[in-house]
Structure formats: C-alpha cells, structure tokens
Design a protein around this ligand. Sequence first.
Ligand SMILES: Nc1ncnc2c1ncn2[C@@H]1O[C@H](COP(=O)(O)OP(=O)(O)OP(=O)(O)O)[C@@H](O)[C@H]1O
Ligand SMILES: [Mg+2]
Length: 282
Amino acid sequence: MASPLRSRPELTSVPTSDVTGPAYESHNLSVDLDSSEGARRILTGVDLEVAQGEFVSVLGRSGTGKTTLLRVLGGLLDPTADSTVSFRGEPVEGPPEGAVFVFQNYAASLLPWRTIERNVDLGLEGKVSKPEMRQRTAEALALVGLADRAKDYPWRLSGGMQQRVQLARALAVRPSALLMDEPFGALDAMTKSSLQDELQRVQERTGATIVFVTHDIDEAVYLSDRIVVLEGSPATIGHRIDVDLPRPRHQLATKELPAFLKLRRAVYDTIVDVHGQAGDVA
Ligand SMILES: Nc1ncnc2c1ncn2[C@@H]1O[C@H](COP(=O)(O)OP(=O)(O)OP(=O)(O)O)[C@@H](O)[C@H]1O
Ligand SMILES: [Mg+2]
C-alpha cells in the first residue's frame, strides 16, 4: 500500500477573502496507518466542525491519535477514501493554503545559521516581494514581543523565545488557521503562561482559527472556545465541551472563576480512566 504520508506543506499567504461557513469540517473521518501487523485503524468516524476564528483544543491520552488528526487537517496525511475533510469549503487534498503548523519541537525547526528575522523569513521567501517580506517579518516579531532580537541567532535565545520565533514564522504568512501540536509542552510554567496569553492576543488581533493539541487540561480550558476529547481504539470524539468563559481571559481571574473550576473538573472526569488515573493528561 502506498504510504499516505506527505511532505511538509509550503507556507503560503492566504487571500483574505470573506469565506463564510466553517474553517474545518470533517465527516466520518477515519485513518489507517501501517503497523507491524498490517494496516491499523487509528481514527474512526471523527465528525468535527471548527468555526472560523474558533479555538478548539484536542485532548486525549497518549497515542490516541491527536497528532494524526492534526496531520489530516494539515493535509499531510490521507484519511480513508470514505472520509470527507474540508478547509474553508474546499476538500483537503494536500496542505491547504492558509493553514500552518506549529510544532512542539521548536529548537529543531529553527536554522541555527540564520538570524531570528531570517528564520521568520523562511515561510515567505520566493512568495512575496522583499520589502513585503521585511514588513511582515517585522510585524510578526513585534506580535510575539521579539522585535528587538531580530538580528540575534536562535541559539542565543531561551526555549520560550525560540518557540516565539516559530510562532512568528507561522504568523508572518498570515494564516487563517494555526494547527498547533503541544506547542508549549516543553516549556516551564511561567513561560507557558505568557505564551498562552500572547497566543490569545494574536488570535484576537488576527481572527485566526486555532486547533490546539495539548495534554494540559488547565491550558485547554483557559484557551479554548471548545474542547474535544479523543478516546477509544480506534479513537473517535468521545466528548465535546463548550467553554463559554468571558474573554479576554486572565491567568488569575479566569482561573478563579467557579465556571473555570467546574469546566476543569468536567474535562478531567471525561479523561480519567476506570482506575481513576488520568494517565499522561494532567
Ligand atoms: N507514521 C506512523 N506510522 C504508523 N503508525 C503511526 C504513525 N504515527 C503514529 N502512529 C500510530 O498512531 C497512533 C496515534 O498516534 P499519534 O501520534 O496521533 O498519537 P497522539 O495522540 O498524538 O499521542 P501523544 O499524546 O503521545 O503525542 C499510535 O498508535 C501511533 O503508534
Ligand atoms: Mg502527538
């Protein structure tokens, strides 16, 4: 069987047309992947609609298929033939224009011989004029609070700053959707909180749709409009939880709201297994 894996997407700017309807829509989405015993079904019957500008977190135990789902949305992996997946009304057949990935492993995604601004340029090179590239890169670095480090090198930055550079690179292409796979998973608690707030601010300013994979229940409740929980083997969406907490959110005030605590408990309860263990989800 031909491998359904595809190469990484080209990062392209998205026309800012007024497309109405959902950003992402999947019906009966299933994925088979090769295993030592032949093809194995990883995801089954995933029905998901993500509105434009919505922030949806995907939770689930390790190995349930969160990254797999993100890869399908990013057009990096083909689902089964009877699945349908569309982005802004068009079937996803390869990396859709306007959707970009932000990975957990920021260090590996930055080129050490390029300055910060030249790393951010990467997604724009050959796609926009040089003056436009300079302007977009400067804007993106300002959005993530790194304007003053443009001429520095990634290896001179902290982990949190390096992750900001990766975020700036994604933002420079002016994506309509960000697909984020545990982007803050490797960061310390303080850095994580400040990047969560930057991401909130960026989304408010750009109106981007965000699909965000995380293991962190507090993070999912704090950031999301909605949480979906993958469960089972093969996995499907077992729970959908609306998070209608007021925005903008605040690290202390929001987390002290009774509604926040209630949601946190509700999400936790959906993930804790029959033995009372939350596994790797915390
Ligand atoms: N390229 C691949 N080829 C074959 N099987 C794969 C491949 N990538 C992932 N899998 C399998 O698919 C299942 C889901 O993997 P996936 O990486 O999507 O899980 P995940 O929910 O993101 O886990 P984690 O929380 O640990 O990141 C796992 O059983 C994994 O072994
Ligand atoms: Mg994963």
